[in-house]
Design a binder for this molecule. Structure first.
Ligand code: BES
Ligand code: ZN
Ligand code: ZN
Length: 464
């Protein structure tokens, strides 16, 4: 192109000191000699630093530029000369993810005029890697499914709590269960009581919205290699309960069901992805509200496994709902269990809003999930479950309290959950309080729910 334009592009970019950093973009209008009206020159950074995430962000930036110039289609030249660990499947997948994730906007509550225009409807990849073309196609369609289920999770989070009630969450799960290979059981309050989920019910008591316990099951067509449980925190709004949060902290608390959004995103993708494992997606949906019927600080409630808990802070509600969900899940005799939960503000303090904390009782499982996070472009960092801190979870009058000491809040949350986990079952708990939500627009996610962990979990399930 530059040659046809007699070096015009180089001259212009040099004059403007264009460095081609990742994300740099420059729109240049040209005389219509090349069959195009404009050229967008984009940076991708140093060749040796190009990895999955750089490519994903690059594809996202290209999509945004293309929408800006009202293009309908993107032809993407495959960079097959890159690092060989980026095989054709991975390259196809990250490009599809980048564009599909970047195309997401949440406009359900806008009047039409205001909705930003999205003109791009087609993306193609041009490659000379002919042996890899089948795999690239597979990667491309995987990437689309991964991104669409992430976008689905984002919308579940972004829909305000007035609409995204526990019932609505259960209804969304029921829609997923219409797909082949997926079945569902939804427990209403009476059955939850019958099962003795007293901790979950203690949280639900303060809300006018009844609780719904959701259990989705995906079964592969052949014999399942493993039985895996994914439990998502599903507090559709966390006011703190009687231990009421200050107004600012409550503003984004419709996102307190992000763990279940990731779980539902995963379940939605399974009948298309067909992993060879059985997957159970579980969530104990409820609001945490401060009515006259609400649990009080100092109340004692009993979990499904008989353990009693002194509830000293009603804002530490997530662990109460998850404890009963874990008890329920263990009855399924799973090979491994993963929790995803916006559990502690302390995790955001420790790791910021781009990184989850992961902890558990099995180092292999934790390593595998961290590795899958790298492939997905989602950051997970391990926190230690320090035995000694358990002392602080002891109650003088019940088996446990729902809060630990002043420090190490994320670890205390993990330790509390571990009290309900059968140590023979590999278990990991991911505290997604930080990255479940973004205040600023990211490379491929607008402000709001991010759908974090959906793609990490999908990678994990496909690897089994
Ligand atoms: N949902 C919150 C955790 C949270 C905080 C998520 C900020 C995202 C951003 C959770 O239920 C909560 O309130 N946890 C308490 C625990 C404390 C009372 C032990 C917290 O983090 O303050
Ligand atoms: Zn809370
Ligand atoms: Zn919460």
């Amino acid at each position: 192109m530059d040659d046809s334009l007699k070096g015009f592009l180089t001259t212009l970019l040099k004059r403007e000191d264009f460095k081609a950093h990742p994300g740099d973009a420059r729109l240049i209008d040209i005389p219509e000699v090349l069959g195009a009206k404009a050229i967008v020159v984009m940076g991708i950074g140093e060749a040796k630093k190009i990895d999955r995430e750089v490519l994903r962000k690059f594809a996202a930036a290209a999509l945004k530029q293309a929408n800006k110039v009202k293009a309908k289609k993107i032809s993407y030249e495959d960079l097959s000369f890159l690092d060989p660990s980026l095989n054709s499947l991975a390259r196809g997948q990250v490009i599809a993810e980048g564009v599909t994730l970047a195309q997401y906007t949440f406009d359900d509550y806008r009047s039409e005029k205001q909705a930003p225009k999205k003109t791009v409807s087609h993306v193609e990849v041009i490659t000379d890697d002919l042996t890899g073309i089948k795999n690239m196609q597979l990667g491309f369609s995987r990437g689309q499914i991964f991104a669409e289920s992430t976008n689905f999770a984002r919308s579940l989070i972004n829909i305000p709590a007035v609409d995204m009630t526990p019932k609505r969450l259960a209804d969304e799960a029921k829609k997923i269960a219409k797909q082949p290979g997926i079945s569902i059981k939804v427990l209403e309050k009476k059955e939850i009581e019958r099962l003795g989920m007293g901790l979950y019910l203690a949280v639900a008591k303060g809300s006018e919205q009844p609780p719904y316990f959701v259990h989705l099951t995906y079964k592969p067509s052949g014999k399942a290699k493993k039985k895996i449980v994914i439990i998502g925190k599903a507090v559709t709004f966390d006011s703190g309960g009687l231990s009421l949060k200050p107004p600012n902290s409550m503003e984004t608390m419709k996102d307190d069901m992000s763990g279940s959004a990731a779980m539902l995103g995963v379940m939605k993708a399974l009948s298309a992805l067909k992993p060879s494992v059985e997957v159970h997606g579980i969530c104990a949906a409820t609001e945490n509200m401060p009515s006259g019927a609400a649990e009080r600080p100092g109340d004692i409630a009993r979990a499904m496994n008989g353990k009693t808990v002194e509830i000293l802070n009603t804002d530490a509600e997530g662990r109460l709902t998850l404890a009963d969900a874990i008890c329920y899940a263990q009855k399924l005799k799973p090979d491994l269990m993963i929790n995803a939960a916006t559990l502690t503000g302390a995790c955001v303090v420790a790791l910021g809003d781009l990184c989850s904390g992961i902890m558990g009782n099995n180092q292999d499982l934790i390593q595998d999930l961290i590795h899958c996070g790298k492939e997905a472009g989602e950051k997970l960092w391990q926190m230690p479950l320090i035995e000694e801190y358990k002392e602080e979870l002891k109650s003088p009058i019940a088996d446990l309290k729902n809060v630990g000491g002043r420090w190490g809040g994320t670890i205390n949350g993990g330790l509390f959950l571990q009290e309900f986990v059968d140590s023979s079952i590999p278990w990991a708990h991911v505290d997604i309080a930080g990255p479940s939500w973004t205040e600023k627009e990211l490379a491929y996610c607008p402000r709001g729910g991010t759908g974090h962990l959906t793609r990490t979990l999908l990678h994990f399930l496909l690897k089994q």
